[in-house]
Design a protein around this ligand. Structure first.
Ligand code: ZN
Length: 283
């Protein structure tokens, strides 16, 4: 459930999908009453009603039973018919048959059970612009036919009028849409940091989708931009632990003047550094 579902209080922090699932399983009606009575309530309720009984309940193990298990792990192997036992969000056992009478059961008969896909490069803040520039090339190469191009149109025109709220919507929708397609992990190359508020919105949207994500802190433009220095605040405020569902990467584009500072800050904060290597830019 995202914070935008309550039109009367659009900027309230809202519980994540995980919070809702946990609360539901525990029978906590109070939170549900607060968050489900508006906008997306019906859809959320429908989604919850499809969960097998007991799945997500605190302390309760989950058994994914009878699926075609493709582990993508040589040490584990594959099973034409197999079970997967999960405890506290972690896989405990994968085998042809697992005896776990206490577990909540998901019947996977006839379905493929496998790890989620990983998207290693996504600009999630552009989700709403999807297909907007299907014929555009990357940058203006001087030819009239390419006067409308990605760099000028998407980055320098559309993205410049994004409000933090727009960033949040794009991040959240991008994350949920990908989850729906089986992509459970993303490296989000985030280039929308026109102010610290834009950064906060990007991180919160990524997090609220409830999947595993790497937040790539790249540049922004305009007077309010605080890249790369704001990385210190972001690291401390949102990514104090490296053992959490969303983690941080420092963006360090070598085509930007002063990129050395971004690299220094990334190293100071113990972050991996990511960048584009673009032939069009002569790299
Ligand atoms: Zn890119």
């Amino acid at each position: 459930m995202c914070r935008l579902c309550d039109s009367t209080q659009p900027d309230l922090p809202c519980p994540t999908r995980r919070d809702i699932l946990t609360t539901t399983a525990a029978g906590g009606a109070a939170l549900l009453a607060n968050v489900l009575l508006t906008g997306g309530a019906a859809a959320q309720q429908t989604a919850l009603s499809t969960l097998p009984e007991g799945v997500g309940a605190p302390g309760r193990r989950t058994l994914i039973k009878g699926g075609i298990v493709l582990s993508v792990d040589d040490a584990v192997g594959n099973f034409p018919v197999g079970d997967v036992l999960i405890e506290n969000g972690r896989i405990l056992e994968v085998a042809a048959s697992i005896d776990a009478p206490d577990a909540a059961v998901i019947d996977a008969t006839g379905k493929i059970v496998m790890p989620g896909f990983i998207d290693t490069h996504h600009h999630q803040f552009e989700t709403a612009l999807r297909s907007q520039l299907a014929h555009g090339i990357l940058i203006n190469d001087g030819r009239a036919v390419n006067a409308t191009n990605y760099y000028d149109t998407v980055l320098q025109k559309f993205s410049m009028v994004y409000r933090p709220r727009d960033v949040y919507i794009n991040e959240l929708f991008g994350g949920i849409a990908q989850l729906d397609a089986g992509v459970t992990t993303v490296m989000d190359v985030s280039q929308i940091h026109h102010s610290p508020e834009h950064s906060d919105a990007a991180i919160e949207g990524l997090r609220d989708a409830g999947r595993r994500g790497v937040f790539g802190y790249f540049e922004g433009w305009g007077e309010g931009a605080r890249y790369p220095d704001d990385a210190r605040r972001i690291r401390e405020q949102y990514f104090a632990s490296d053992d959490q569902l969303t983690t941080m990467v420092m963006g360090g584009e070598i085509y930007l003047p002063g990129y050395e500072k971004a690299w220094e800050i990334g190293r100071e904060l113990g972050l991996p550094i990511a960048l584009h290597v673009v032939g069009t830019f002569g790299m």
